[in-house]
Design a protein around this ligand. Structure first.
Ligand code: BES
Ligand code: MN
Ligand code: ZN
Length: 491
């Protein structure tokens, strides 16, 4: 995918999105330009015949000349236009025009809103449009014999391209790449995406971006005392791998952050085997790992001034003669013991050791991202990510940035009372309790394995993978929280 920024007269694309607001007679520069190119056809259709009125999501395609198609797109009432609506609109427009080689967008802004928190500038818009458009264009065609060619260039038209717009264009371009990278890896079948395969990708990324890289094999994982993580992977013929990548800026880092991604390359449930319907999408149980590997590439490309560690404990959760069993007692890296109550609650066990590992990195913050609990789907559905943690300031800051990144989050509590759910007679804790408060209970479990005073946990079980399309995203992996985390790391 190519991303360009140009002045309106220098338009190179063969399709263009022209935004109009509801009940707004003010024609934009772009509108006038296209009107001229089309011998006033555009203003005739829109302002004389009024075939659309600019309501939100109202749109019409008009041929401007033999080479150029315009999608006139309603944005609704100006004072109601939010970032999220703009992102959804960019995705929608891109999907409408995906058979064109390139798509141009103009930048819009919305300043002076009643709630000034909601204001966004043209430099915000460029980030939103690049990521939104690429969400709309995403398709996984690898296994189709009949492949369609889709748009390969997105062009932004703006007569006054400021430094800020350029910076945000870069952020948008690399964020959208990180999302595409993660989605491709999640879409790939688990037969191919084994722990060793992901480790090789991590190695390749490290080489390309000059990152420090450590890959631990089974014996080395044992030497690190990650016996909880090892137990989860022991039922698979594909051996576990533990990966650790580090990006360091040229100068002293402004901040040091570790990102941990859940990396179960297939979750069959283990001996507590999942029913067929629930197992169907479990190649996506490494969405966290895919996300953090996408993010570190963006951070390296953007030459961020933070030090970023990316960590993942990669394994398969399978049923077999060597699989770990209910009643087993596992000792994590920090010495705490876990009674296995259910082998399908494997993510928290692998994360436990990954979080312990992060304690040794001397970072200011630890954030994990994991397809952790079915319970978060019951609580929040498929469009809201659960946020938990032990530092309210960090959570508040992240949620604010996530909102500005057009993604939905909701905080779930971690309270001492949850401890009773995991009470064990023979170990420090069980790995699961009853059905109640499943997401928070998992959060409480994880909190036992980090010493960080700023640890945050994102439960993306509901949001990482959709089995139905929605307004913005097609069926399949979403790359959720990648935009938000990149914007958070850069802030
Ligand atoms: N990977 C699943 C969680 C999940 C469920 C992700 C649905 C995406 C969609 C996780 O490992 C799991 O199986 N969790 C169990 C925990 C339970 C046994 C306490 C669950 O949520 O059912
Ligand atoms: Mn599971
Ligand atoms: Zn899982």
């Amino acid at each position: 995918m190519r991303f360009l920024t140009n002045k309106i007269e220098d338009l190179t694309s063969n399709s263009i999105v022209c935004f109009i607001f509801e009940n707004d007679q003010n024609k934009t520069d772009l509108f006038n330009h296209l009107d001229k190119l089309s011998n006033n056809e555009l203003s005739k259709q829109i302002y004389d015949y009024r075939i659309i009125k600019g309501k939100f999501q109202e749109s019409i395609k008009i041929a401007i000349n033999e080479n150029l198609v315009a999608l006139v797109m309603g944005l609704g009432k100006k004072e109601e236009l939010t970032r999220k609506k703009l992102s959804q609109t960019a995705a929608f427009c891109a999907r409408q025009l995906k058979n064109r080689q390139s798509i141009a967008f103009e930048l819009v802004e919305n300043l002076g809103l009643k709630n000034c928190e909601d204001n966004f500038s043209k430099s915000d818009a460029v980030n939103i449009i690049f990521t939104g458009a690429r969400i709309g264009l995403y398709e996984f065609q690898k296994y189709l014999s009949d492949k369609k060619t889709i748009t390969d260039t997105i062009e932004i038209l703006e007569n006054n391209i400021t430094k800020e717009i350029e910076t945000n264009a870069q952020i948008g371009a690399y964020s959208s790449f990180a999302m595409k990278f993660a989605k491709d890896l999640i879409n790939e079948q688990a037969q191919i995406v084994t722990p060793a395969y992901v480790a090789q990708i991590a190695q390749d990324i490290a080489k390309e971006h000059n990152l420090e890289v450590k890959i631990f094999n089974k014996n080395e994982i044992k030497e690190l005392n990650m016996n909880a993580f090892l137990a989860v992977g022991q039922g698979s013929v594909n051996e576990p791998k533990f990966i650790h990548l580090t990006y360091k800026p040229k100068n002293t880092p402004r901040k040091k952050i570790a990102l941990v991604g859940k990396g179960i390359t297939f979750d069959a449930g283990g001996m507590n085997i999942k029913p067929a319907q629930s197992m169907l999408t479990m190649k996506s149980d490494m969405s966290g790992a895919a996300s953090v590997l996408g993010i570190i590439q963006a951070i390296a490309n953007l030459k961020s001034d933070i030090e970023l560690h990316v960590v993942s404990a990669l394994c398969e959760n399978m049923t077999s003669g060597s699989a770990y069993k209910q009643g087993d007692v596992l000792t994590a890296m920090n010495g705490k013991t876990i009674e296995v109550d259910n082998t399908d609650a494997e993510g928290r066990i692998t994360l436990a050791d990954a979080l312990c590992y992060c304690d040794k990195l001397g970072v200011d913050e630890v954030i994990d991202i994991a397809t952790l609990t079915g319970a978060v789907i019951v609580s929040l559905g498929h469009n809201i990510t659960g946020v938990l943690g032990n530092n309210q300031e960090q959570i508040d800051k992240f949620q604010k940035i996530a909102g500005k990144s057009c993604e939905n989050t909701w905080q779930m509590p971690i309270l001492d009372e949850l401890k009773d759910n995991l009470k064990s007679e023979i170990a420090d804790m069980k790995n699961t309790g009853g059905r109640n408060a499943g997401t928070s209970t998992a959060g409480w479990f994880l909190s036992n394995f980090t010493k960080s005073k700023s640890w945050m946990h994102l439960d993306i079980a509901g949001t990482a993978y959709l089995d139905k399309s929605n307004k913005e995203t097609l069926f399949g992996p979403t790359g959720v929280m990648i935009r938000s985390l990149i914007n958070y790391l850069l802030s």
